[in-house]
Design a protein around this ligand. Structure first.
Ligand code: CTP
Length: 364
């Protein structure tokens, strides 16, 4: 089909890397020498997926049941200032490959011939499990690649090649990352926390000391990061584990600096509050009162991080909530046509607590 519209199309990046590693991947990046959008329209006549087009960036996304395809016109990039997003212009596949981060991501698969194009010996680096840049300014131009190098290293168990490691360490010690916007930095943290196993990656962040000033002086935590919460949002739960050691001042600083969403803010303060009341988690009423308004992700984080006594108290709380659900809730009160008021929540909590402590018996 690429022949039909007179363009060359290539699968590039992670999909080719993962294919050579025999890993599953459902994200496919396609680079087209020529009009990428025109190619995307023709491709979607066959695939019949949902398509989104961004004319301004000359990109298109097609979502099918099994795959997500990102189609772009081959481009080259020019960094006007380190850390800023680059200026782009149309180019050949070779230019497009050259702008990429590491050799393992620089392989292309020609969709016409099914041949792999390997200009920078990425195939060898995959074989030898090495992460390597091809030009010395790679981390300076785009310091988010510091996180990317560590993420691939932790995920794939690859070593960062010696010269690349030297450049990485220099970029870290020069503070290049401070040229990157807070949003882009936090996006890298989220990408790490979304990995199947973030633990080794965060260990590498600690090893390379890239967290020093970036996170308000918080000593980041790597333990238990490969786990999931009992319920709730896995990203928030892992975020709370990563910053488990934050004090109130640290948390305030983090929130200001990264403009975090409300639930992240309340999660951090829930953890601080539970930690402060830990010594009171010794009988039902205080366990219930301490935990009842806290986010489930925060409770799960404390559960996995703390000692046996705290774990048992939290498990008791889970049982209380599970076994003693009230037959009525706030919605029933609304349905009765009563004006919303915090007093109803207080009443329901009091009834639940009395049930838990046995003052009110369950109906047979
Ligand atoms: N890329 C880059 N520099 C960045 C981000 C991305 O050079 N800061 C390039 C890489 O070559 C990468 C491609 O853009 O292969 C696509 O990026 P992304 O989707 O983030 O990575 P994948 O290769 O798909 O790898 P994965 O999603 O498995 O992490």
């Amino acid at each position: 089909m690429s022949e039909k519209i007179g363009v060359n199309a290539y699968i590039v990046g992670g999909y080719v890397r993962d294919k050579l590693l025999n890993l599953e991947s459902d994200d496919i990046d396609i680079t087209v020498e020529g009009d990428g959008i025109k190619f995307a329209f023709m491709l979607n006549e066959i695939l019949n997926g949902e398509m989104e087009v961004h004319d301004k960036f000359e990109t298109a996304k097609i979502k099918t049941k099994d795959f997500e395809l990102d189609i772009v016109s081959a481009r080259k990039e020019r960094y006007e200032r380190p850390g800023m997003l680059p200026v782009v212009q149309r180019a050949s596949l070779a230019d497009d490959i050259k702008r990429r981060d590491f050799t393992i991501n620089m392989l292309a698969l020609d969709v016409k011939t099914n041949q792999i194009i390997d200009i920078y010996n990425g195939g060898n680096d995959i074989k030898n499990k090495l992460i390597r840049v091809v030009h010395d300014k790679s981390f300076v131009d785009d310091p988010t690649r510091i996180f990317r190098a560590i993420r691939y290293s932790g995920r794939l168990g690859f070593k960062i090649e010696q010269h690349t490691e030297r450049l990485l360490r220099k970029s870290i010690s020069d503070g290049d990352i401070f040229n990157v916007s807070a949003d882009r930095i936090m996006n890298e943290i989220y990408l790490i926390l979304k990995e199947k196993k973030p633990e080794p990656i965060v260990e590498l962040m600690k090893y390379y000391q890239i967290n020093k000033e970036l996170f308000c002086g918080i000593k980041i935590n790597a333990t238990n990061l490969n786990t999931s919460p009992k319920e709730g949002d896995i990203l928030l739960y892992r975020f709370l584990l990563l910053f488990y050691n934050a004090t109130k001042e640290d948390a305030d600083c983090l929130i200001r600096k990264y403009n975090l969403k409300r639930e992240y803010l309340s999660g951090l303060s829930d953890i601080l509050n539970i930690k402060m009341n830990m010594s009171k988690l010794n009988e039902n009423a205080s366990i219930f009162n301490t935990l009842k308004d806290k986010r489930i992700e925060a409770i799960s984080a404390v559960h996995i991080m703390e000692d046996l006594n705290t774990k048992q108290a939290i498990e008791k709380y889970y049982d209380m909530v599970k076994l003693k659900r009230l037959e009525i809730n706030g919605d029933d009160i609304k349905r009765l046509g009563l004006q919303p008021s915090p007093i109803y929540k207080q009443i329901l909590d009091k009834i639940l607590l009395d049930k838990i402590s046995g003052k009110i018996k369950d109906r047979e």
